[in-house]
Ligand binder design. Structure first.
Ligand SMILES: [Zn+2]
Length: 274
């Protein structure tokens, strides 16, 4: 908090600093305060400055309040979140932080579907914290539960947009639930992947293969913190990940729920020992 009442910020998790430009935010101080992210107006930028890529630390939050009031309401360390409403966008939904609210939604909806069914496994549904800063919540959960099977539910990139070649798409929006083969934190158990794809085929659920060269999910933590877990991730294809306009397809969300629910009913019927 500087002498004029502007807030300086550091990131929690990774995102493209350019997505901060001209955003509205909420500062969670003594009470929630509306803020805007300011930067130097284009009129005053030198040619040099126009070319420079800004870092998160180059931005600041303006609360529209005098410094003494800001200092009364805001403390160093108070979290700041993006302000962006949920939008129904054609066949899609667009919002901030679908990563990973949509994962929790998929988990809860799948649980509702299997609520009255008898299962062959002991099932634990975990909404983990701090995935974005080093899969920390999944680490403690996996140590505590030491599961045999771990299915993370997270977003993955749907880079099916102008400018991306076919082989760079990772997944495509509307083409179904993505089953993770690998990312930079985990290599999925191939037998578990095959079982999930078999379940999808038998239940006529659309799935797509996913290999994400950079980025990881809780699956990586479950694999390493537990003693024996076969892991993979059911991923919700998402355009513009880690921005305020993350976009997901209604059909893919439904496919992820259906796949998870159908798999839960079959979990424990196959060995994944390699
Ligand atoms: Zn993420």
């Amino acid at each position: 908090i500087d002498d004029k009442g502007f807030l300086r910020i550091i990131p929690v998790g990774g995102f493209d600093p350019r997505t901060l430009m001209a955003q509205k935010v909420v500062v969670h101080g003594k009470r929630d305060l509306a803020g805007v992210i300011g930067s130097k107006p284009v009129h005053l930028q030198s040619e040099e400055e126009k070319k420079k890529q800004l870092k998160v630390t180059d931005y600041f939050v303006d609360l529209g309040l005098p410094a003494d009031k800001v200092k009364r309401l805001v403390s160093v360390g108070d979290p700041i979140t993006w302000h962006r409403d949920f939008t129904e966008l054609g066949d899609c939904y667009s919002s901030k932080a679908f990563d990973d609210r949509i994962g929790v939604y998929v988990m809860l909806e799948a649980l509702k579907k299997v609520k009255s069914k008898s299962l062959q496994v002991e099932l634990y549904a975990v909404a983990t914290v701090q995935e974005e800063v080093g899969v920390r919540g999944a680490t403690t959960s996996a140590i505590g539960l030491d599961p045999d099977i771990g299915i993370a539910i997270d977003i993955t990139l749907a880079n099916d947009v102008p400018g991306a070649a076919d082989h760079e798409q990772i997944t495509r929006l509307g083409e179904g639930a993505a089953v993770k083969i690998m990312d930079s934190l985990s290599i999925s158990n191939p037998r578990l992947v095959k079982h999930l794809k078999d379940v999808a085929k038998r239940n006529k659920i659309k799935v797509q293969d996913e290999i994400l060269p950079r980025g990881g999910t809780d699956a990586g933590a479950i694999q390493r913190a537990g003693s024996k877990a076969a892991v993979t991730t059911i991923s919700i294809p998402t355009r513009y990940g880690h921005s305020t306009v993350e976009t997901i397809h209604k059909r893919d969300v439904a496919a992820c729920i259906d796949l998870l629910a159908a798999y839960i009913l079959e979990a424990g019927t196959k060995s994944y020992v390699l």
